[in-house]
Design a protein around this ligand. Sequence first.
Ligand SMILES: C[S@@+](CC[C@H](N)C(=O)[O-])C[C@H]1O[C@@H](n2cnc3c(N)ncnc32)[C@H](O)[C@@H]1O
Length: 306
Amino acid sequence: MADRDDLEFTYSLIDRIFRLSLGELADFSGAKYDGDFSLSLDEAQRRKHEYVAEQIGIGPGRRVLDLGCGWGPLLAFVRSRGGTGVGVTLSSAQAAACRRHGLDVHLQDARLISPGRFGPFDVVASLGAFEHFCSPQQQRAGRQDEVYRGLFARLASLLPDKGRLYLQTMVFGRNMIPLDQIDITAPRDSDAWYLALMERQFPGSFLPYGDDQIVRAASPHFRVVSSISGRLDYIETIRQWRTRFATPSFRKTLVKLQLLPRWLSSPDFRLAFTSGVSANSVCFERELLDHYRLVFERQDVRSLRS
Ligand SMILES: C[S@@+](CC[C@H](N)C(=O)[O-])C[C@H]1O[C@@H](n2cnc3c(N)ncnc32)[C@H](O)[C@@H]1O
């Protein structure tokens, strides 16, 4: 999986720019427009939270675990609905920001939570974090399915029978190219170059091959209730994020100046954050990537066998 250093690179280094651009509770996963692109980003993010609440049951007295909680947007929503949320992240800046807002967030590997760590939960949600759970090295070693199966087994141990899990993640799409073609020296604008750029932006991370790989890995413990592609919604989300990031402000300029030494000394940093193109948006458009919202229900092993 992506380790702590990888996630500090992706999320903590430019933490203040995220928060200045997207708000203190920066929501950094695909919003839900359902094809209505007249919605604002905030409205579509709200619609996503309402959908999650409807699908898994978030409300008064419910205990919700958020795996890879980011800056805490879902946890704040849970609180507003009278529930209790616990979040985990591997970014220290995110954990600190969440705590400033009174959210119960821990710097903890989501894949290693045991039932004794935070107690039992009614439901689990994970938005935009599954992408980080398997590393390219694990995939090359033929361990991708094993990593996902291990995660689902652990999640099953945290949930009651019929407890629900909402999982939102990017996956490789139907036009994904062979891995050995991915190359940062390939012609700019080629599929191979865009995918290599994504590798730089999300070091240590590797995606599942479609929603079927996820459903298969979950199947010993979970039945899939629904699986819907949110690819077009994600393209619009990224478009609106880019507008927000590009909106200038004095404070953002100050933060960018502080990052100048890093920009000068690190080619990876320059490629990841200042290449001027949106690799993930292009990859979604070309269907090198897709994006799924999956709802699972924990099934008691005995009922799976009968
Ligand atoms: C794209 S952000 C999504 C944040 C949030 N869920 C949202 O919707 O705004 C990915 C999050 O996953 C977290 N993450 C990735 N791998 C993790 C792991 N193994 N354990 C805990 N958190 C992890 C990152 O720290 C980050 O908070």
